[in-house]
Design a protein around this ligand. Structure first.
Ligand code: HEM
Length: 250
C-alpha cells in the first residue's frame, strides 16, 4: 500500500513538472525566449511558440516526429491522434537527411501544409511565405477583434474567408483547392480548440493575438493547459463548424 501511495505521489509530482502552467506548476525551463540568430522557425505560430518555450528544441533544428507530438500533448493537451498525422505530413518536408526529423523552416515548403491566403503570412508568390507579416496580420487582427474580446466560430470563419478573397484578388498565381481549404479550416479549428471553450469556439482574442504576434503561449495572461484532452473529434467538429459558418467554396 505504501508503495502505491509513494508511486501516486511521485506521479503527481511528475505531472506538476511535466505540465507547466497548471496550478502549483511552474514554467520549469519552459520560459518564453524569442528565437536567436540561426534558430529556425516555421509558418505556424503555434509550432514556433512551442520552440520559443522549449517544448521542442529552441533551435528549431532536427526535431523528431515524436518530440513534436509529445510537445503538443505536454503543452496543450491536444490528442496525439490529432497531431500525429499533421506532424508526419510535416516530416515529409524534411531537409535534415533523416526522414523522421525536420527543421522548422522546412515547413515553408509550399503545397505540403503551407498554402496561400494565410492569416498572418504572405503568399509564396510575393517571396516570403513563412515569416510573420505585420500588414497582413493587421487586417486579420482587426477582423478578429471586431467580434469583441472573444473570437467566436462565426468571426474566425468570416476572417478566414475575407483573407482568402483578399489574397485571391492580388496574387496572379493564387492556388487554393479543397485540399488547402481543409488545412486552413483545421488551422482555425486548432486555435479555437486550444484557446476556446470546448467545441463552442470563443477563444480570448488577447491569447490568440499573443500566439500570432509574439509566438508565445499566453501563460502570463492566464492560459493553462486544459485538464480535459482536446480530442480529434473536437477538432473535426470545430473545423466543420468553421467551414459551414463562412464557406470558401459555395
Ligand atoms: C496545436 C496545435 C496547432 C495550432 C493551434 C496551430 C495553429 C496554426 C494556425 C492558426 C495557422 C495559420 C497561420 C496563418 O494563417 O497565418 C497554422 C499554420 C500552419 N501550421 Fe499550425 N497549428 C498547430 C499545430 C501544427 C502542427 C503540429 C504542425 C506541423 C508540425 C503545423 C504546421 C503548420 C503549417 C506548416 C502552417 C502554415 C500553413 C499556412 O500556409 O498558413 N501546425 N497553424
Amino acid at each position: 500500500m505504501y508503495t502505491n501511495i509513494l508511486f501516486a505521489t511521485v506521479s503527481l509530482l511528475a505531472v506538476g513538472n511535466c505540465y507547466p502552467g497548471l496550478a502549483g506548476g511552474t514554467l520549469d525551463g519552459h520560459g518564453y525566449r524569442k528565437p536567436g540568430p540561426g534558430d529556425r522557425r516555421s509558418p505556424c505560430p503555434m509550432v514556433n511558440s512551442l520552440a520559443n518555450h522549449a517544448f521542442v528544441a529552441r533551435s528549431g533544428k532536427n526535431i523528431s516526429v515524436d518530440e513534436m507530438v509529445n510537445a503538443i500533448d505536454v503543452a496543450l493537451n491536444l490528442s496525439p491522434l490529432s497531431s500525429r498525422p499533421v506532424v508526419e505530413t510535416a516530416a515529409t518536408t524534411s531537409t535534415t537527411g533523416y526522414p523522421n526529423t525536420f527543421n522548422l523552416d522546412d515547413l515553408k515548403q509550399h503545397g505540403v501544409i503551407e498554402h496561400d491566403s494565410s492569416l498572418s503570412r504572405n503568399d509564396v508568390f510575393f517571396g516570403d511565405n513563412h515569416r510573420f507579416d505585420e500588414v497582413i496580420y493587421a487586417t486579420t487582427a482587426a477582423g478578429l477583434s471586431a467580434g469583441g474580446p472573444v473570437v467566436s466560430i462565426a468571426t474566425a470563419a468570416r476572417v478566414r474567408r475575407a483573407r482568402n478573397r483578399a489574397a485571391r484578388a492580388v496574387n496572379p498565381q493564387f492556388e487554393f483547392t479543397p485540399r488547402e481549404d481543409t488545412f486552413s479550416q483545421f488551422e482555425s479549428a486548432l486555435y479555437l480548440a486550444v484557446f476556446g471553450n470546448g467545441t463552442q469556439g470563443d477563444a480570448p482574442m488577447r491569447w490568440v493575438d499573443i500566439m500570432f504576434r509574439e509566438e508565445r503561449i499566453p501563460y502570463n495572461e492566464g492560459y493553462r493547459r486544459p485538464t480535459r484532452m482536446i480530442s480529434n473529434d473536437d477538432i473535426l467538429e470545430l473545423a466543420s463548424k468553421v467551414a459551414a459558418a463562412a464557406p470558401i467554396f459555395t
